[in-house]
Design a binder for this molecule. Structure first.
Ligand code: ADP
Length: 468
C-alpha cells in the first residue's frame, strides 16, 4: 500500500480501536447494572462471584488496552501484515469472546438469551479487522460454543440453570436438538460476518473511489494552476518591460514629455505597477497550488520574523507606526519552508502596515502553543478592522472587504489566500479576530520541528516576490 494510504488506514484503525475501548467501558458498566437488576427484580439465582470477577477482569483488561492504545497511537505504520494496532484489535475481540462465553456459561449457557450478543462481536470484528480475521473470530466463537456449551450438554461442565427463565429442565435437551441449536448459532455468526464484511467492503470501495476522484480533481486543479502560472509568468515579463519603458520616459532619459502627456504616462505607470503586483500574487498562488510538496527543514522562526520587520521598516516608518515585537518561545524552530514562512509573515505584517492609520501601532509576537506542540505567531494592529460580515470570506481568493477597498484602492485580495495555503500546507492553522474600532489580530500556528505526524505538504518554489 502507498505510504500515505497506509497512514490513513492506520489512523482509521486507531480511531476504531479507541471506539471499541469506549464501547467496552459502557458494556462493563451496563453489565454491573444488568446483573443487579436481574438479581433484584427477577430473583434469578445466578452465581455472583464469577460474574463480578469476570466483569472486573473486563475492566482491568480494558484499562490495559487503553494504556497499550495510547502507546501505539500515532506510531508510523509497520509494513508487516499484523501491525501492533491490528494485533491489539484482534486480541481485544478474541478475549471479549472468551469472557462473554465465561459469563454466559455461569448464567444458563445456551438457555441465556444474551447468547445473541456474540453477533455484535462479529459485526465489530467485520468493521475492525480484515475479512479473513473476522471469519477466524466467528470460528473461535463457534469453538467456544462447542467446548463450553457442548461440555455442559455432555455433563463435563456444570450447567447453571436459569430458573423461571426457560421452561425446560437441565439435561432435557437431546443431542440432535443441541446440535441444531449449535449449528444455528454458528451459522448466524458466519452469516453476520458475511453480511457485515460485504457492506464494509462496499463502503471501503466507495471510499477508495472517492479518494481517487479527489486525487484526480487535485491533479486537474494543479494542471489549471500550471496554466495560470505560465500565463501570469509571461504577462509579468511583458509588464516589467512596459514599466521600465515608462520609467525611462518619466525619468527624462528620452525627450521630455510635457503637461498632459506626462500625466498620462504617470497614470499608465501607476496602473502597470498595480497590475504587476496582482500578477505577482497570482503567480505565487498558482505556483504553490501547482506544486506537490514543500521542501522543509527546521526553521528558526524568530530570525525570520525579525528579518521581515526590518525589510518592512521603511514602510512602517513612512506611516509613523510603532512596531513592537515580543519573543516568548526563545529559539523555537518549526518544520517548514523558510521562504514560505517569510512570505506569510511579510503578508500579515504588510497588511497590518497597510490597513493601520498613521501613528498607530503593530504588535508582533511569538509564543508556544498551549500544548507546546507548535509555535504561535500573532500580528496585532490598531487598524481599520474587518467588518463581521467580511470575516468568513477574507481567506478566499480575490476577496477584499468594503472598508479595505475604500481605505486602499490598490489590493489584490490574494495575499491572505496565499498565507492560508502556506499555513495549511505546513499542517498549521490561520485564524483572525477583528473589531471595529479596535483593529485585527491574525494568528498562525505552526507545528514544531521534529514532531512526528506532520502532514505532507506541497512544495513552494515561489521566489517570494508576492511580499507586499
Ligand atoms: P489585499 O490586502 O491585497 O486586499 P489580502 O488577501 O491580503 O488582500 O487581504 C484580504 C482582505 O482582508 C483585505 O482586502 C482586507 O479587507 C482584509 N484584511 C487583511 N488584513 C487586514 C488588516 N490587518 N486589517 C484590516 N483588514 C485586513
Amino acid at each position: 500500500m502507498h505510504d500515505a494510504m497506509q497512514r490513513v488506514a492506520q489512523s482509521e484503525l486507531e480511531q476504531r480501536v479507541r471506539w471499541l475501548i469506549s464501547l467496552r467501558w459502557l458494556a462493563a458498566g451496563g453489565l454491573f447494572v444488568a446483573v443487579g437488576i436481574v438479581e433484584a427484580s427477577l430473583r434469578v439465582d445466578i452465581p455472583l462471584v464469577p460474574f463480578y470477577s469476570g466483569n472486573a477482569a473486563l475492566l482491568v483488561l480494558n484499562g490495559l488496552y487503553e494504556l497499550l492504545y495510547r502507546r501505539l497511537k500515532g506510531r508510523e505504520p509497520v509494513p508487516r501484515r499484523l501491525s501492533p494496532v491490528v494485533l491489539l484489535a484482534t486480541a481485544q475481540i478474541s478475549v471479549d469472546l472468551v469472557l462473554l462465553t465465561f459469563l454466559i456459561h455461569f448464567s444458563g449457557g445456551l438457555d441465556n438469551p444474551f447468547v445473541v450478543f456474540f453477533v455484535f462481536h462479529m459485526v465489530i470484528a467485520s468493521i475492525l479487522l480484515s475479512n479473513r480475521n473476522a471469519y477466524l473470530q466467528a470460528t473461535l466463537a463457534s469453538l467456544l460454543f462447542a467446548l463450553v456449551f457442548g461440555g455442559e450438554q455432555a455433563g463435563i461442565l456444570r450447567h447453571y440453570q436459569l430458573p423461571g427463565f426457560l421452561s425446560y429442565e437441565p439435561g432435557r435437551r437431546s443431542w440432535p436438538a443441541w446440535l441444531v441449536e449449535f449449528l444455528a448459532l454458528s451459522a448466524a455468526l458466519y452469516i453476520t460476518v458475511y453480511l457485515s464484511t460485504t457492506v464494509v467492503d462496499r463502503l471501503r470501495q466507495r471510499e477508495r473511489d472517492l479518494e481517487d476522484a479527489n486525487r484526480q480533481l487535485l491533479s486537474k486543479d494543479r494542471l489549471k494552476s500550471q496554466y495560470v502560472m505560465t500565463v501570469s509568468h509571461d504577462i509579468r515579463g511583458s509588464l516589467s518591460v512596459i514599466r521600465t519603458c515608462l520609467r525611462v520616459v518619466l525619468g527624462g532619459y528620452t525627450e521630455p514629455v510635457p503637461g498632459k502627456g506626462r500625466d498620462m504616462i504617470e497614470r499608465a505607470e501607476h496602473r502597470t505597477e498595480r497590475l504587476l503586483t496582482f500578477v505577482k500574487d497570482l503567480l505565487n498562488l498558482s505556483r504553490m497550488r501547482a506544486a506537490e510538496d514543500l521542501e522543509r527543514r527546521p526553521v528558526a522562526v524568530w530570525g525570520v520574523l525579525q528579518r521581515v520587520v526590518e525589510q518592512l521598516r521603511p514602510l512602517s516608518n513612512e506611516k509613523n507606526l510603532t512596531v513592537e515585537t515580543q519573543n516568548r518561545a526563545g529559539a523555537a524552530t518549526v518544520w517548514a519552508n523558510e521562504e514560505a514562512i517569510e512570505q506569510v509573515t511579510a503578508n500579515l505584517l504588510g497588511n497590518a502596515i497597510r490597513y493601520t492609520p498613521a501613528g498607530g501601532s503593530i504588535f508582533l509576537s511569538m509564543e508556544e502553543t498551549p500544548d507546546s506542540g507548535g509555535v504561535l505567531v500573532s500580528v496585532k494592529d490598531t487598524g481599520i478592522g474587518i467588518p463581521p460580515a467580511a470575516l468568513p470570506h477574507i481567506f478566499e481568493d480575490f476577496y477584499r472587504a468594503e472598508n479595505a477597498k475604500k481605505w486602499e484602492s490598490d489590493g489584490t485580495g490574494l495575499g491572505l489566500s496565499i498565507v492560508n495555503h502556506i499555513v495549511e500546507a505546513h499542517g498549521g492553522r490561520l485564524s483572525v479576530e477583528s473589531q471595529i474600532p479596535g483593529g485585527s489580530t491574525f494568528r498562525v500556528t505552526l507545528p514544531r520541528a521534529g514532531k512526528g505526524g506532520v502532514p505532507q505538504a506541497r512544495r513552494a518554489s515561489g521566489s517570494g516576490d508576492g511580499a507586499p
